[in-house]
Design a protein around this ligand. Structure first.
Ligand code: CP
Ligand code: NVA
Length: 308
């Protein structure tokens, strides 16, 4: 098992599947009131350079559920790389705590923490990737569709952190991923290359297009995210114009499989990337995804911070 989860590619296919099955088991155990303190006395430091609802609450609840404790470090607290170097933050924290979760702007901050910390480092979202989100999403798909292999997933919108981890994870797990984005908002080409190479050895496939209708044709899953991510809010108006035809609405989802599920990492802006009718409609699983953040991250923390 990897020491850190910086990128979703830190997991191979077997490790990924084991984590998802563990997450399902921890979910059942919690609901049956038989959760065990698998991380008794362990401390998780949680560094946030950006706001959060789901990541903050699910990590803090998750470590508490497992018998440990989380320490929330707000953007104004430690100011990684400004008040103190990334390496010094990692080295200090490693003397006190058993794991570090970090939500950052620069991806290099998470890789720097992982390189310098002797304890596990978990990426809780960087500008490049959001691997914990994708663990919870794939748990949700697995629960709903009983498999990941061969699942047709369309992502519509910005070539951002969530789309990058989705591309890579689809490649690892052998999914048929289609991504539609406007010109100029494509995903990172290095990530696309990695995802294609992973897909070629997992029987998966990756299709990139500027046509949203082509992407959603017959798919099992439709996924979208906000058009302007954290740190890009000053571009929001321009992006609303550019992305308008990529909105997930009733007309577009009619082209998907009859049993398609709608996914969104949240927070969502109803009326922009998705209509209320779709996100609050019968195909939407967005709150199940949000719930699974808790279970998937508990499985991850047990794997990384437990005794093995
Ligand atoms: N999906 C997600 O990561 O939500 P938060 O930004 O609220 O943590
Ligand atoms: N792409 C979004 C995801 C939020 C969970 C952002 O980075 O703001």
């Amino acid at each position: 098992m990897t020491k850190d989860l910086v990128s979703i590619t830190d997991l191979d296919r077997d490790e990924f599947m084991r984590l998802l099955k563990k997450a399902v088991q921890l979910k059942d155990d919690r609901k049956a009131g038989r959760g065990k303190p698998l991380l008794k006395g362990k401390i998780l430091a949680m560094i946030f350079e950006k706001p959060s609802l789901r990541t903050r609450v699910t990590f803090q609840t998750g470590i508490y559920d497992l018998g440990g404790m989380g320490i929330y470090l707000a953007p104004s607290d430690i100011q990684v790389g400004k008040r103190e170097t990334v390496a010094d933050v990692a080295t200090n924290l490693s003397r006190w705590v058993h794991g570090i979760m970090a939500r950052t702007f620069a991806h290099s901050t998470v890789t720097g923490l992982a390189l310098n910390a002797s304890v596990p480092v978990i990426n809780g979202l960087s500008d490049l990737e959001h691997p914990c989100q994708i663990l919870a999403d794939f748990q949700t798909i697995y629960e709903k569709k009983s498999t990941l292999e061969g699942i047709k997933l369309a992502y519509l919108g910005d070539g951002n952190n969530v789309s990058h981890s989705l591309l890579l994870a689809s490649g690892i797990m052998g999914m048929d991923m289609r991504m539609a984005f406007p010109k100029g908002y494509e995903p990172n080409l290095e990530i696309v290359g990695k995802a294609e190479s992973l897909a070629s050895s997992s029987n998966g496939s990756i299709l990139l297009t500027n046509d949203p209708k082509e992407a959603v044709d017959g798919v099992d899953v439709i996924y979208t995210d906000v058009w302007a991510s954290m740190g890009q809010k000053d571009e929001a108006e321009e992006r609303r114009r550019v992305f308008a035809s990529y909105q997930v609405n009733e007309e577009l989802v009619a082209k998907a499989d009859n049993d398609f599920i709608f996914m969104h990492c949240l927070p969502a802006i109803r009326g922009e990337e998705v209509t209320s009718g779709v996100i609050d409609g019968p195909h939407s699983v967005v709150f199940g995804e949000a719930e699974n953040r808790l279970h998937a991250q508990k499985a991850l923390m047990v794997a990384l911070m437990g005794e093995g």
